[in-house]
Design a protein around this ligand. Structure first.
Ligand SMILES: [Zn+2]
Length: 323
């Protein structure tokens, strides 16, 4: 039985929902995962998330639980506690999750974007610990970010973090689903890496052989694998991606002057491969910044970043309530 002050943190992604008991010093004490299966509908989703909470409550004393923090893949309405993401959570349009959990458990609940949650987690007990100014960037299917400025999570209009993936790095670049052209995401996110490789892979290349000669089976992960095995085009694509990552990161560093930039998400797992060119690119483009005093590091909490940060968000909300 866990008896210290704890918070429930929930991380909702397109594939899995993770829920955890998080201690007042940011440790994950217990964790459970279920498949998201959003297509089963919002009622089923809210019921199953509630059941997860119930499972966790059986592992502690409810009187010790300060509330439920939820990080979720967006778009969301954080102000109203509603998930509005039928894009990656099919059928979940205007789902009142905060209201449902508060009614079922009588606990305060709070909903934030998954990038903001991960930023809070990495800042609290992860790679950005102790930093006053930190940028968290997640690079995966898309590119997102959360900003800790002067120790606080930046929340813009509608409590939004900003859409860094849709800052333009090439005025004449490929059209983006957001309506603009040449967005950062169109160059450096996983689908962009796969697309550029698929367009250019020579017919007899190792990369195409690894993809069973099907261009649409080329993924960012396969590009990394082929690059490691010596495929020339895959290595060119990795080098280009490192450059594009560097350009986007330099832009953010020039805007926010962070102490630490924390890089997370699936593409960031290849940061060791990207770092030399990316760092050189950033250095070359941040001449007006004290680059030597800025750190760029990989995220360190892995699967726990979302649940930890969601719990942190709830604690900060409660502190603000009491102030
Ligand atoms: Zn865009």
């Amino acid at each position: 039985m866990i008896t210290t002050g704890i918070t429930i943190g929930i991380d909702i992604g397109g594939t899995n929902i993770v829920a955890a008991l998080v201690s007042s010093d940011g440790q994950v004490l217990a964790r459970h995962t279920i498949a998201t299966e959003a297509q089963r509908g919002p009622q089923s989703g809210m019921q199953r998330i509630g059941d997860l909470v119930e499972t966790l409550l059986r592992e502690t004393e409810k009187s010790r639980v300060s509330g439920i923090g939820i990080g979720c893949t967006g778009p969301l309405d954080s102000e109203r506690g509603r998930i509005q993401n039928p894009y990656t959570l099919p059928t979940w349009d205007d789902v009142p999750l905060v209201e449902a959990l508060e009614a079922r458990f009588g606990l305060r609940a709070y909903l934030i974007h998954d990038c903001a949650a991960a930023a809070l987690g990495e800042h609290w007990v992860g790679a950005g610990r102790g930093a006053r100014h930190m940028i968290y960037i997640t690079i995966g299917t898309g590119i997102g970010a959360g900003f800790i400025l002067d120790g606080r999570l930046h929340r813009g209009l509608g409590l939004l973090s900003g859409e860094v993936g849709h800052t333009v790095i090439d005025l004449n670049g490929p059209a983006c689903y957001c309506g603009a052209r040449g967005c950062w995401e169109m160059f450096a996110a996983a689908p962009a890496i796969a697309r550029r490789a698929a367009e250019r892979a020579p017919a007899d290349s190792l990369l195409l052989r690894l993809a069973n000669r099907q261009r649409d089976a080329i993924s960012a992960r396969l590009v990394r694998q082929a690059a490691d095995a010596g495929d020339p085009l895959a290595n060119t694509i990795m080098d280009e991606t490192a450059f594009y990552l560097g350009v986007g990161i330099a832009n953010l560093m020039n805007i926010f002057a962070p102490e630490v930039v924390v890089i997370g998400g699936g593409v960031a797992l290849s940061w060791d491969r990207f770092a030399p060119i990316a760092t050189q690119t950033i250095h070359a483009r941040s001449g007006m910044m004290p680059f030597a005093r800025m750190k760029i590091v990989q995220a360190s909490l892995g699967l726990n970043a979302g649940v930890t940060g969601a719990a942190r968000g709830l604690l900060m909300l409660r502190a603000a309530d009491e102030a």
